[in-house]
Write a new protein. Structure first.
Length: 392
């Protein structure tokens, strides 16, 4: 009996030990599961007002880009203004050899004097013929012949005067002047070059850059978005906010501009429309032919904003992970506004105020994953602590 009782006691003890071990093991497993629940930074969405901008590559042109061409042929004898210099309206830019045109003026002046003398002679003759005809000394035919000779002399005088005017005008054309205020462009012809009105290449170009036109393009979709908001171009232009400009070096331009025209015709080759904005250029920083980017602002009110890093794309659709009440994530499709600031998206559908979304590490998540939500600040602190060097 004692032996059987001893055996029973030993078996009881072994059972208790085994049961304890199982409990410890189960507890360890549960604790391991709790420890393996990953932590993710989560934010709660609330409506806010957002200012967005869209940038469009632009090309600059002066208010006037006037090609300077010669009106007479000849050799350039003087270059009065060099490339890049500021010029005033009426200022002489080139001088073309005037000798032949001065001679033409002198010849025309002499022809005028001859014509005047012929008119004077014809007037005397006609006057004399009238007196003789009144006395019936000559016939009416002779008088009419004298009158015709006078008219012919007067016409010759008018022709000589016209030729003189033309010769003087051609002489004035040897002084090639600027028709506008502006900046002188490239000068391909120098002193000694033979130039003529039939040349295809202009002597230079003078650009009025007191105001600059920035030309850029909008896609058909972007134009349709504007038209749906305002039915006509005039209404669109009225409601357009002032636009800003970034120069080719990436720096912001100090002057704000205004969009003045939007083309009503879509380019068939590019599928875009041409838009023109005007910027004041008091410091002459902008030059014709230069490039930059026109920045158009827009403001959206009561919208939901999500970080771009909180989204992922799948088959041309965009998704976020929404955290439910049980801290499980659900991949949710969202639609976003066409404009963004490079860091955030404005959500147009798929989310509601108060929704919680994961904002980091979305590439490691799967639908239904259990997570431990933490604030972005807590996540940043953990990352900072993990990257701190360990002092030995």
């Amino acid at each position: 009996m004692k032996i059987e009782k001893l055996k029973m006691t030993r078996m009881h003890n072994l059972f208790i030990i085994a049961l304890s071990a199982m409990c410890v093991a189960c507890g360890g497993k549960n604790q391991g599961r709790q420890q393996t629940v990953p932590e993710f930074a989560v934010i709660t969405l609330q409506p806010e007002t957002v200012k967005l901008t869209s940038a469009y590559p632009a090309t600059f042109k002066g208010r006037q880009d006037v090609e300077i061409r010669p009106n007479v042929s000849g050799f350039i004898t003087k270059l009065c203004v060099d490339e890049g210099s500021s010029v005033q309206k009426g200022q002489t830019l080139f001088v073309i050899d005037p000798v032949q045109y001065e001679e033409a003026v002198n010849v025309a002046k002499a022809a005028v004097e001859v014509a005047k003398a012929n008119v004077a002679t014809a007037e005397l003759t006609a006057k004399n013929k009238r007196q003789l005809e009144q006395k019936n000394i000559i016939s009416k035919f002779d008088l009419q012949t004298a009158e015709n000779a006078l008219a012919s002399s007067e016409a010759a005088l008018a022709q000589a005067k016209a030729q003189l005017t033309n010769a003087e005008k051609n002489l004035s054309y040897t002084q090639v002047t600027s028709p506008v205020n502006g900046v002188m462009g490239k000068v391909p012809f120098r002193v000694g070059s033979l130039v003529s009105p039939s040349m295809t290449t202009p002597l230079t170009t003078v650009s009025d850059i007191s105001e600059m036109y920035a030309y850029f393009s909008m896609t058909e979709k972007q134009l349709l978005d504007l038209i749906r908001q305002d039915s006509t171009s005039s209404k669109i232009l009225e409601k357009m906010p002032p636009v800003s400009l970034t120069t080719a070096d990436g720096r912001p331009y100090s002057q704000q501009g205004k969009i003045e025209t939007i083309s009503e015709v879509i380019d068939q080759t590019t599928g875009s429309v041409s838009v023109r904005a005007t910027f004041s250029n008091p410091q002459r920083l902008l030059r014709s032919g230069g490039t930059g980017s026109v920045i158009i602002p827009s403001q959206l009110q009561n919208v939901l904003v999500v970080p771009q890093k909180a989204t992922y794309e799948l088959q041309d659709k965009r998704f976020v992970f929404v955290v439910d009440a049980d801290s499980k994530v659900k991949n949710t499709e969202v639609e976003v506004f066409k404009l963004d600031d490079g860091k955030n998206f404005v959500v147009t559908s798929g989310l509601n105020p108060g929704d919680r979304i994961v904002i980091e590490g979305v590439g490691t998540l799967r639908d239904g994953t259990q997570i431990q939500p933490i604030t972005p600040e807590a996540a940043a602190a953990k990352i900072k602590a993990a990257t701190q060097p360990v002092n030995k």
